[in-house]
Design a protein around this ligand. Structure first.
Ligand code: AMP
Ligand code: MG
Length: 398
């Protein structure tokens, strides 16, 4: 049986890279960038005035002059004027510094009368005060964004500032989430006492969408080999990634691995030394489709989706790995099985600023209601049984 690390690595190395496409700037937020974004011009592109006021020559002010006749007015978007000796130019925030001017006095510190600006008594200033110098943020040609990052709203500003109306990103994979099981009934449908509400599918679609993978559709297939084969084949024809839940254990109605084999999906592993999620199955379809068959128990399905499917999608998208996150256990935990334990946790902030993980025990891996309010889960090592309060553990947020 594979360890969790071996299973994770086997998946990552099997994932084919996503194709790329150009998207409009307005649609770029949340997508994974696949090009370099390089400064179109120096930033600021000119000496930019940062206060409304007057532009003057610092040497004039330094010589003791405090009355400056107003030569003209220049606003943001106006070409730079040339300042005449002994005069000032009324200037607005965002304007380009007039040629010959090298100091701004804010409007609050002057008195305007008869077209003359008088600087407040005892006002002191400095050369280039309130001037945001050309190129002082970055120079033309500087690489501002690198491939492999998820585009944030702040990055959208950078892309726009570089004059790009389109940007190259990874294509979103077509994902099919498939719930298997005779007992499953969708929300909104009448239900019998012996049946179960189908919750894994909608929850996994929501999780994948939260991570930026919005091209997901859900299907339900009953435990019937011929039907499973026909419907999974249809999904394999259109999808890059298939995520099944249920039907991978040792039960008489657990047909999924066999059916996938018949469809030419090569098994890469079946079973991982973990709780929850031990029966998990993973394989690759004939056209490079990644096929995850997760156990049906809701906690198992959600943990496996977050632990294996989300990182696999990130890898295919070319998203650079985020540094791992850790938290300190808020309580002692004992877990004796020789399995890696994924333990759901709520997070609390310690007074010293540390992140504390408060274990939330589920009543079997069917108890998904216990997951509400959890931030994610911590990973507790297979070789160890006792995990004292205060010890650190890898945290994954849902
Ligand atoms: P299985 O892995 O098919 O043996 O299912 C294990 C348990 O998870 C059973 O109690 C199923 O009823 C339950 N289960 C399977 N699929 C789902 C689903 N999509 N939503 C909620 N529960 C499920
Ligand atoms: Mg089942």
């Amino acid at each position: 049986m594979l360890t969790t690390a071996e299973a994770g690595n086997a998946i990552l190395s099997a994932m084919p890279a996503a194709k790329t496409e150009a998207v409009a700037l307005e649609k770029a937020s949340g997508r994974v960038l696949q090009q370099s974004v390089v400064a179109e011009r120096d930033q600021p592109p000119f000496d930019r005035v940062t206060m409304d006021g007057i532009a003057l020559s610092f040497a004039d002010f330094d010589n003791g002059t405090c009355r400056f006749p107003i030569q003209a007015m220049q606003a943001a978007g106006d070409p730079a004027l040339t300042l005449d000796a002994g005069m000032c130019i009324e200037i607005m925030t965002g304007a380009s510094l007039p040629t010959g001017a090298d100091c701004i006095v804010p409007v609050e510190r002057i008195c305007l009368k008869d077209n003359v600006a008088t600087v407040e008594k005892d006002y002191t200033t400095a050369l280039r005060q309130f001037v945001h110098a050309r190129g002082s943020d970055h120079l033309q040609g500087t690489e501002l964004l690198r491939p492999g990052m998820r585009i944030s709203p702040m990055d959208v500003a950078i892309i726009a500032s570089c004059g790009l109306s389109k940007v190259v990103v990874s294509k979103l994979p077509t994902i099919r989430v498939i719930s298997t099981g005779n007992e499953l009934v969708a929300a909104g449908e009448p239900i019998e006492a012996h049946q179960i509400r189908m919750s894994n599918g909608p929850a996994m679609v929501a999780m994948l969408e939260q991570h930026g993978y919005t091209n997901c559709a859900h299907d339900h297939i009953v435990d019937e080999p011929a039907l499973l084969q026909q419907r999974i084949a249809e999904h394999l024809d259109v999808a890059n990634v298939l995520i099944l839940s249920g039907g991978v254990s040792m039960g008489k109605a657990d047909y999924v691995p066999e059916v996938l084999g018949e469809l030419g999906v090569d098994v890469i592993f079946h079973k991982v030394s973990q709780r929850p999620g031990k029966p998990m199955w993973f394989g690759m379809g004939p056209n490079g489709q990644a096929v995850f068959a997760l156990p049906g128990n809701p906690v198992s399905a959600l943990v496996c989706c977050r632990q294996y499917v989300v990182p696999a999608l990130h890898r295919a998208a070319g998203l650079r790995d985020a540094p791992p996150e850790f938290a300190s256990l808020a309580q002692d935990v004992t877990f004796n099985a020789r399995l890696t334990y994924f333990l759901p946790v709520k997070l609390i902030s310690g007074v010293g600023g540390q992140t504390l993980a408060m274990p939330v025990h589920t009543n079997t891996s069917g108890d998904f209601a216990a997951l509400t309010g959890t931030a994610g889960y911590i990973e507790l090592a297979l070789e160890q049984s006792n995990f004292p309060a205060g010890s650190g553990a890898r945290l994954r947020r849902w």
